[in-house]
Each structure stands twice: as C-alpha cells, then as structure tokens.
Design a protein around this ligand. Structure first.
Ligand SMILES: Nc1nc2c(ncn2[C@@H]2O[C@H](COP(=O)(O)OP(=O)(O)O)[C@@H](O)[C@H]2O)c(=O)[nH]1
Ligand SMILES: Nc1ncnc2c1ncn2[C@@H]1O[C@H](COP(=O)(O)OP(=O)(O)O)[C@@H](O)[C@H]1O
Length: 293
C-alpha cells in the first residue's frame, strides 16, 4: 500500500508547487524520487523510466529543479491526474437478463433520456426489422463481415444468440468513450456478459429481473414477435438464464421501465465495481432484488 506520509494527503502537484515556492522548506528539500513514489501506481521500476523521460537525475530535490525540469514534471503530473479522474468517472456496465424481461426497452429508455451514457451499438448478422436503422439499432452485417470483425480483433465479445444469428460488441467505440470519461452500457446476452467479465473484470454486471415469472411470459407473448414453438424454446432458456443471476454484481427488477432505467443509471454513476470491491452500501437491496422468480 502506498504511503502518503511524505505528501500529507495532498496531491503531488500541490507538494510540487509548495516546493517551488520555498526551495528551502520541507517540500523544497523533498527528493523527487520520494515525491514520485508517493503517486499511486508509480513503483520503483516505473520511477527510473519516468525520471529518464523527464531528464531529471535521481538525486534531485524539488527546490533544486531547473525551470525546464519543473515544466516537464508539472505537465507529467497534470496529465496523470486528469487521466485518473476520467478513469474514475467512466464505467462499463453490462445489462443482461432473460428473454423479454425488457432489456431492449430499458436500454432504449436510457439512450433516449440519459445522453451522458453511451449505449453500445452491436453488430449482428440478423436482418433489420421494419423501422430499424443501420448504425442506430445495430450494424447489420453479413456472415463474411462478421468473420472479418472477429479475425481483426474488433469485437470485445460475440455470441450466437437464440441458436440463430450472431451478435457482437465493437471494441473501439467503447475504448474511446471510456478513455474520454464517458460511461458505456452494453445490452447483451448472458454468454456475452460472461466474456466481458473475463476480459474486463472491472466492468459492472447488472441482471434485469421480471417482477414475476408470469409477467415474463406475458411480456414474451405480448411482444408478439415469436411463434408458439420459439416462445416455448425461449422460456426454457429463460429458466437457465435466471439461474445465472448470482454471477452478476447487481440485480434490478423491471417493474416500470422508468424506474428500472433510473436504477441502472444510478449504478453506472455511483458504483465503480461490483460488491467484491464496493462500499457495503452498494449491496443489492430488497427493493431491487426480485423474490420468487
Ligand atoms: N452477446 C451479445 N448479445 C447481444 C448483442 N447485441 C444484442 N444481443 C442480444 O441478442 C438478443 C437478441 O436481440 P434482438 O435481435 O434485438 O432480438 P429480441 O431480443 O428478440 O428483440 C438479445 O438477448 C440481446 O441482449 C451483442 O453485441 N452481443
Ligand atoms: N416494465 C415493463 N412493463 C411492461 N412491459 C414491459 C416493460 N418492459 C418491457 N416491456 C415489454 O415487454 C416486451 C419485451 O421487452 P423487450 O425490451 O423486447 O425485452 P428483451 O430485450 O429483454 O428481450 C416488450 O413488448 C416491451 O414493450
């Protein structure tokens, strides 16, 4: 664990400024090596490389730096602080759950009402439905293009869903958004959620639950997009999918779309990671954990 005794809980930039202002004071006499080692994620290995890049010798103290060395060190620490700030703010959140629970509906509500969250647009080999727009709902591609995306490493995850078409998450828009401090929501199936967990353990996984089994069946029938045989098949997989809910960090019940969307957005904005690391208050509450499903 890093000790911040040397910097007294202040940021390294504050200590640097104090050292420049008073070269003979405590900060001015502080060694550059001690200052840099107090910065999170800088260890002895990185230290030498950073000092060499900044063209500062190990023996230097803050007060003894030349003007150009000061400028280079200040720019380096500013850049580091701003990168850390954006990393802290942005989250990758995966929303999954059984068929017809309302994943698409809740995700669309978030896209339309919370513009600061980026809803990832998947690539798929299925044909567009009436009203669906390429590049808005999905990137509609053929099998050859899907193979190319996989081979080029352009998909963060991909899976064949409901035994029929292939779906995958384009990697680069997500990496760009996260590096700019924008949170990203993926609405994907269970296989995809597991792949994301394996590849990006820092992602937050949210499982959307129906208020009851009967309501799930009503929604599937009410949507009217599958025939009776396909509905029966999907309900079988829904049983299997519901059994996986404990793999997820949080569970949100989709009783009303607006409230479920709001709960997901609150998880995006306030929870960095799952309960393994989060504050105890972050544990799912009785209110958002469905019973008897
Ligand atoms: N693994 C994975 N699943 C996805 C992706 N995009 C969508 N899905 C899932 O594919 C399933 C089918 O979605 P869709 O074609 O919109 O059909 P619908 O759910 O029957 O309306 C849903 O369970 C989505 O969560 C993706 O990029 N990766
Ligand atoms: N909170 C809700 N209350 C009532 N109906 C809902 C709710 N959320 C979604 N639905 C309806 O349930 C059906 C399935 O939703 P959909 O978003 O297509 O599910 P999924 O993407 O999980 O397969 C749709 O007809 C949708 O309008």
């Amino acid at each position: 664990m890093k000790s911040d005794v040397a910097t007294g809980h202040r940021s390294a930039l504050d200590v640097l400024d104090a050292g420049f202002a008073d070269p003979d004071g405590v900060e001015g006499r502080m060694r550059i090596t001690d200052l840099l080692i107090s910065v999170p994620a800088i260890g002895t290995t990185k230290l030498d490389r950073i000092l060499s890049d900044l063209r500062i010798s190990r023996a230097k103290r803050i007060g003894g730096l030349g003007i150009h060395q000061r400028q280079r060190l200040t720019a380096f620490l500013q850049q580091r602080e701003s990168t850390n700030r954006s990393r802290r703010r942005s989250r990758l959140v995966v929303l999954a759950g059984p068929t017809a629970v309302g994943k698409g509906t809740v995700a669309a509500h978030i896209r339309d009402n919370y513009p600061d969250v980026l809803l990832s647009i998947s690539a798929t080999t299925r044909a567009p439905r009436p009203g669906e727009v390429d590049g808005v709902n999905y990137y509609f591609v053929d099998d050859a293009e899907f193979d190319r995306l996989i081979e080029a490493g352009e998909l963060l995850e991909h899976a064949t869903v409901h035994n029929s078409f292939r779906y995958g998450t384009p990697r680069s828009p997500i990496e760009k958004a996260l590096s700019e401090g924008t949170s990203v929501l993926l609405e994907i199936d269970l296989q995809g959620a597991r792949q994301v967990r394996a590849r990006m353990p820092e992602a937050t996984l949210v499982f959307l639950l129906p208020p009851s089994w009967d309501e799930l069946v009503r929604r599937l029938v009410g949507r009217g997009t599958e025939d009776a045989v396909e509905r029966a098949r999907r309900l079988d997989s829904a049983q299997v999918e519901l059994a996986a809910q404990d793999e997820f960090d949080f569970r949100v019940t989709n009783t009303t779309v607006g409230e479920a969307a709001q709960e997901v957005v609150e998880l995006i904005k306030t929870r960095g990671r799952g309960p393994r690391w989060a504050h105890p208050d972050a544990a799912p509450t009785a209110a958002n954990t469905a019973r008897g499903v």
